[in-house]
Design a protein around this ligand. Structure first.
Ligand SMILES: O=C(O)CCC(=O)C(=O)O
Ligand SMILES: [Fe+2]
Length: 305
């Protein structure tokens, strides 16, 4: 299996003015990203402009354990998800993790508050914006790598953070677990591929495993300061299977390891009303509205009807 490639994103870092980057450098970077996403589906990006310190802050404001906040909006996704509620692999018992999904940025919604959570809204809102900025740059490079107009994917991500777009920053908390207490087949996060266009992942410690094209799972390292980016299902469909949306999971810790784990995942999703048709002009998949696609996927993972 190809290991997950590590690329230097420095030339297109959020520190740089996007207008001042040379075409040649962008092309070179886009070709490397193309190689990673056509062979593995995952890539580590170094020097993105999102600092290790920002990630640490985002991961630190947690203790979402039991905070039980729901927004009441019908975005379907915003709010707290309790332990064992989600089955990312519906064939397994519920995942041994707890999550908080930030999908809407409006101050009017209910945010976790109090104690260690007092700056949750501020920290997560700012991290959400940083991830949006980086994600849009990656989407631009994906279009370039396919010789498409640079805005091909970006233009369908114009409402991130608003009601008409389900892009989500998810804080995952995996409590310490004694493997002996788990149900048969239970994992921290069952095998799945992500639903939307691309995902940016930040981890507190290693744990994620990625399935290769040959079917074996390989453990990804945790590279402080690097962002793990992967293709999700709707992007695979959009690109007629050119880019791979790889299955991944988080296993239970080995016996005797009583550590907890945390991650921040930024799931980018096209605007609800965007109609996704194969970008190569083929009819490999029929056009589908982004919201229709994602709602179907939520029903599968939560057993909702
Ligand atoms: O926690 C992780 O490292 C992975 C989480 C994940 O794959 C997900 O939430 O979709
Ligand atoms: Fe995932």
């Amino acid at each position: 299996m190809d290991a997950i490639p590590v690329l230097d994103f420095g030339v297109y870092s959020l520190e740089c003015d996007p207008e001042s980057v040379s075409e040649t450098e962008l092309k070179r970077l886009s070709q490397k990203i193309y190689e990673a996403f056509t062979r593995v589906g995952f890539v580590f990006l170094k020097n993105t402009g999102i600092t290790h310190e920002e990630v640490r802050k985002g991961i630190l404001v947690r203790n979402i354990w039991g905070c039980n906040v729901f927004s009441g909006y019908d975005c379907g996704n915003h709010g707290w998800v309790s332990m064992e509620t989600e089955r990312l692999n519906p064939a397994r018992p519920g995942d041994l993790k707890e999550s908080f999904n930030t999908t809407l940025l409006s101050p009017d919604i209910l945010w976790p508050t109090g104690g260690t959570l007092s700056d949750f809204r501020e920290v997560h809102t700012s991290f959400f914006h940083r991830c949006t900025a980086l994600g849009l740059r990656v989407l631009r490079l994906l279009a370039l790598s396919l010789h498409l107009p640079p805005e091909t994917f970006v233009k369908d991500h114009s409402k991130i953070g608003e009601l008409e777009n389900c892009t989500t920053l998810r804080s995952n908390f995996y409590p310490p677990i004694d493997a002996g207490q788990a149900k048969p087949g239970q994992l921290r996060c069952g095998e799945h591929s992500d639903y939307g266009s691309i995902t940016l992942l930040f981890q507190s410690s290693p744990g994620i495993q990625v399935r290769s094209v040959s079917g074996e799972f390989i453990s990804a390292p945790c590279l402080p300061g690097a962002v793990l980016v992967n293709i999700a299902d709707l992007m695979q469909r959009w690109t007629s299977d050119t880019f791979i949306s790889a299955v991944h999971r988080v296993q239970l810790p080995p016996p005797g390891d009583s550590s907890q784990r945390q991650s921040l995942a930024f799931f980018m999703q096209p605007d609800d009303s965007a109609v996704i048709s194969c970008c190569d002009g083929s009819n490999k998949y029929p056009p589908i509205r982004s919201d229709q696609y994602i709602h179907q996927r939520f029903e599968d993972s939560y057993g909702r009807k």
